[in-house]
Design a protein around this ligand. Structure first.
Ligand code: SF4
Length: 326
């Protein structure tokens, strides 16, 4: 099959949802256009932004970093070492190798050094690893961005991630989450940095193809803690629908983002809600953000959810140590 764009080279990527097939060079053009169009449509980034790209070592975040560098944005990468045996080391290697291929050194936060490695913290407080991980990552995304004077934090969530989240929110009628789900979460005075998801228009398959054809070496394995993640069930369901009816995912998500959709309030309203006292993206607190009494980070409660979590882990460790010494 010939490339539908240049009509000369053989097609390397077939995209039924776009009724298209591309050779590698034309696919790069297509993919980057999808990303830049997604950024432009929702005004996610401005040329003068300093972007902190959160990189996990997986394909999505490294591809995002690659596209943003090529598009001329000023970027740095942030890697959070979750302290997961083997997996975290392998992921870090990929991030460091990619960064060095682009003449960069990533910012690395090691949760073991911060006293809160995810698997041990989850055991201590008897919580799901993923919910602890979410709280901890959000905290460091914001803290590193604020300390480094970045204007925006970018994550590699793609169309599959966003539609899986949307389906989950719909199935459980999470009206608050539905109202605020959006690729742009505006920043707020008091130190909450703007967060964006520039890959919202591209699918996981398209991102993987871009990474592969560009020769980006990413970690192939899934995080070992993801086995029970419900988002995988929603992704699987949507993949079956997409296989039978190509293009359904993007129609589903774009329809949801339509400003006339009564379920969605839009980023500005979401920010106003947060200021008035609704739950924020981290699912915490009321009122306008104030400084955490323990660490000074912006929070809607007296102490931030990260400090409260750390305190619980510390207490559980002390209790164990006391029991062990008896
Ligand atoms: Fe964190 Fe869970 Fe994702 Fe692993 S699967 S990176 S623990 S949120």
């Amino acid at each position: 099959m010939k490339c539908k764009r240049c009509r000369r080279a053989g097609a390397a990527v077939e995209l039924p949802s776009h009724h298209a097939a591309f050779c590698p060079d034309c696919f790069f053009v297509f993919f980057r256009r999808q990303v830049t169009e997604g950024i432009r449509k929702l005004r996610l980034l401005a040329p003068e932004d300093r972007v902190l790209v959160c990189v996990s070592g997986g394909k999505d975040s490294l591809v995002l970093w690659d596209v943003l560098i090529d598009e001329g944005y000023e970027t740095e990468g942030l890697y959070i070492d979750l302290g997961i045996d083997g997996y975290s080391d392998r992921s870090k290697e990929k991030v460091v190798a990619y960064a060095s291929s682009r003449g960069k050194t990533p910012i690395v936060v090691e949760l073991a050094k911060e006293g809160i490695p995810i698997p041990e913290a989850a055991r201590c407080v008897r919580m799901q690893e993923c919910s602890i991980c979410g709280t901890v990552k959000r905290y460091f995304f914001n803290r590193v961005a604020a300390e480094g004077k970045f204007t925006v934090v970018a994550t590699g969530h793609n169309l599959d991630d966003e539609t899986a989240r949307l389906l989950g929110n719909l199935l459980h009628w999470q009206r608050g989450h539905l109202a605020r789900q959006h690729p742009l979460l505006p920043g707020e005075e008091g130190g909450l940095v703007r967060k964006v998801k520039p890959l919202w228009r591209v699918s996981e398959v398209e991102t993987a193809a871009y990474g592969f054809l560009k020769g980006i070496d990413y970690v192939n394995e899934e995080c070992p803690m993801s086995e029970d993640a419900t988002s995988l069930v929603y992704k699987e369901a949507l993949s079956r629908i997409e296989d039978r009816m190509p293009g359904t995912r993007i129609v589903f998500y774009q329809g949801f983002l339509d400003p006339s959709n009564p379920l969605r309030k839009g980023p500005e309203a979401a920010a106003a809600d947060a200021a008035r006292g609704a739950e924020d993206d981290a699912g915490e607190g009321v009122g306008a953000p104030q400084a955490c009494a323990a660490c000074g980070a912006p929070t809607y409660t007296e102490t931030c959810s990260f400090c409260r979590l750390k305190e619980r882990v510390r207490n559980a460790r002390s209790l164990r140590a006391a029991r062990g010494s008896r």
